[in-house]
Design a protein around this ligand. Structure first.
Ligand code: ADP
Length: 177
């Protein structure tokens, strides 16, 4: 078995993460440049449980992770209760409000719902290790990075599907495919 293992192709985090090569890009939020209406559109057009927050689309540097349900509740409540919050209000997850022209509407701070240290692995991490981390830490999702840039996401369901696929394949095809 040990000798055979040399032929086996280890599944890596990049093989299981979403998006797949042909899929549309990961749906992310930026830390201080999207408006209430931008974020509402994303929440309405997608059903993901959460969204990574990045410094900017160009940098793809990970800042944190925000749950869809927390976004919905916070925006709804701010629209009702917080003075000056309108569709064009800028949402920020940073410590301080971004510099904006004086005529801009009130900004909405959502730092309190941001998970600032979501679990991450690099794209080259073997799935055996990813599965182990999910089991031991009871993760719901894990982000995948390469050279510090956000690449993708693996959810608990993605991991379970991966485990089921491995179990269904006969041993020879796992070793030689
Ligand atoms: P689940 O995997 O439990 O259905 P989600 O609804 O969050 O959870 O994710 C559905 C699929 O979309 C999963 O395969 C996941 O990897 C992927 N996914 C999750 N969040 C995002 C996102 N923000 N952008 C792109 N794909 C995502």
């Amino acid at each position: 078995l040990e000798a055979k293992e040399e032929f086996s192709h280890k599944t890596l985090a990049m093989d299981v993460m979403r998006p797949r090569r042909s899929d549309p890009a990961l749906t992310v939020l930026t830390q201080d440049s999207m408006t209430v209406e931008d974020v509402e559109a994303i929440v309405n057009e997608t059903t993901y449980s959460g969204y990574p927050v990045v410094v900017s689309r160009e940098s793809q540097r990970l800042v944190g992770f925000v749950l869809r349900r927390d976004l919905i509740i916070s925006i709804e409540s701010a629209r009702k209760k917080q003075d000056g919050i309108v569709s064009s209000s800028v949402i920020y997850f940073t410590d301080h409000s971004p510099p904006l022209p004086p005529s801009s509407p009130s900004t909405l701070k959502l730092r309190s719902i941001l998970d600032l240290s979501p679990f991450t692995v690099t794209d080259q991490t073997p799935m055996e290790i990813v599965v182990d981390i999910f089991r031991k830490l009871g993760l719901r999702q894990c982000l995948v990075t390469h050279n510090g840039k956000l690449l993708g996401i693996i959810t608990k369901k993605d991991v379970l599907k991966h485990i089921a696929q491995m179990a269904n394949q006969d041993p020879d095809s796992i070793l030689f495919n």
